[in-house]
Design a protein around this ligand. Structure first.
Ligand SMILES: Nc1ncnc2c1ncn2[C@@H]1O[C@H](COP(=O)(O)OP(=O)(O)OP(=O)(O)O)[C@@H](O)[C@H]1O
Ligand code: SF4
Ligand SMILES: [Mg+2]
Length: 385
């Protein structure tokens, strides 16, 4: 975790902001018909996200499979041009860039992917994989300098120089992820978007890769956006965490505040599913079990998108008014801790109690596939303890 975690930055101080995402929506058209290519609907993959990533910080983005995390990450790189809204990087609107300018900006933002096996070309040696980016961005002066640079990169990610002559299949999953990280680092980026960087790895290796990312951040002054469906992964690495549900942020806070005092019913449910090592606390831990499937992003619920599964759902506002991310009026909660729930204060004070949720059938649209990976939160109904 970078030192940004311990300072009281003002979110609005734009000099601090490296990435500024404003009102971003990414809607994918759903087409039907062979002869007449008709648009019959949209997948609202990202549907109104504002977020700022500050220089030198790690921003953790979490949420269930299909909630739009990767699409948002791709929108930040302009690999998925937003349907609405804007993304500024270092004060420049990415959508306004073309040709050489866009290429140079892309150098500043690199991605690390979940599955290093599929993101690394199996026919290329590590040497050629690492040289690729250097060549593309004209970063090679001569052979000797290139050789020196490759060795430095390998050393930075903890691999021996002999790795240069090997091919991706000759490495373990963790080592391959180190190569993926070295490749991202090779072009001296300012921001690394790491999309599920450790979810394909064994738990013991996960910690090593997370530690490596932290060390590299310190060494090279990097800023990270770390995307994960696992709250435990982002907890230790993140300065701030944003929780996404069906295309939008429902809560955002400094990591320590979010984990100590989750305010949104969805975050509460996700965190209540995480076991606590202390057996006394574990026995008395509140467990909030969610019911119902994640609704389809092609047909999101009205009002608060979480209302079909929310144990605190109220008869007014919840299914009609879409809550915005806002600061809350609660003692001890910093202004940076924002939540998109109409009733956050009343829920936190205990004035509103959770109730059983009747599963609401979610209409799926024909032709829309549902995410097949398991969700992070609990999946059955009720309220225990
Ligand atoms: N190119 C596309 N065309 C149509 N729909 C898409 C496209 N890319 C993503 N989607 C849909 O948008 C929604 C969000 O997808 P996305 O991959 O961003 O989710 P995610 O949060 O990264 O999920 P996961 O944790 O499974 O990686 C999903 O319903 C997905 O099926
Ligand atoms: S706005 Fe209503 S439905 Fe949404 S999270 Fe808050 S209480 Fe639940
Ligand atoms: Mg994804």
């Amino acid at each position: 975790m970078s030192s940004a975690a311990h300072t009281d930055h003002d979110v609005t101080d734009m000099r601090d902001v490296l990435v500024d995402v404003r009102g971003v929506k990414v809607h994918f058209p759903i087409r039907k018909g062979v002869i007449f290519d008709k648009i019959v609907g949209y997948v609202y993959a990202v549907d109104g996200v504002d977020l700022q990533i500050r220089r030198g910080e790690t921003y953790g983005l979490v949420g269930e499979s299909g909630c739009g995390k990767s699409t948002l990450g791709r929108a930040i790189l302009n690999l998925e041009p937003p349907t609405e809204g804007s993304v500024s990087f270092d004060g420049v609107d990415i959508a306004s860039l073309k040709g050489e300018e866009l290429r140079r900006k892309r150098q500043d933002i690199q991605m690390v992917f979940q599955d290093p096996m599929s993101s690394l070309d199996p026919r290329q040696s590590v040497e050629s994989l690492l040289l690729e980016g250097l060549k593309a961005h004209n970063l090679i002066e001569n052979d000797a300098a290139a050789n020196q640079r490759l060795r430095e990169l390998l050393a930075a990610v903890g691999l021996p120089p002999a790795a240069l002559k090997k091919y991706p299949h000759e490495f373990s999953g963790g080592q391959r992820q180190r190569i993926g990280i070295a490749r991202a680092l090779s072009v001296n980026p300012k921001l690394i978007v790491a999309d599920e960087p450790v979810s394909a790895l064994d738990v013991s290796v996960q910690a090593q890769v997370i530690n490596l990312l932290e060390d590299l951040q310190e060494e090279f002054g990097l800023t990270y956006l770390v995307v994960a469906h696992d709250l435990a992964v982002v907890r230790h690495i993140s300065d701030r965490v944003g929780v996404m549900y069906l295309g939008a942020l429902v809560e955002e806070a400094p990591a320590k505040d979010l984990y100590a005092r989750p305010l949104h019913p969805y975050t509460r449910a996700l965190l209540s599913a995480v076991p606590v090592p202390d057996p006394v606390i574990e026995d008395h831990r509140e467990r909030i079990l969610l019911t119902g499937d994640l609704p389809s992003p092609a047909n999101p619920p009205s009002g608060c998108r979480f209302h079909t599964r929310c144990p605190w759902r109220q008869p007014t506002r919840c299914d009609t008014d879409r809550p915005v991310l806002r600061t809350v009026d609660l003692p001890g909660v910093p202004a940076e801790h924002r939540v998109a729930c109409h009733w956050a204060e009343q829920i936190e004070s205990g004035e509103l109690r959770p109730h059983e949720v009747e599963a609401v059938a979610v209409e799926q649209m024909a032709g829309i596939s549902q995410p097949d990976s398991p969700i992070i939160g609990p999946t059955s109904i009720g309220e225990i303890g």
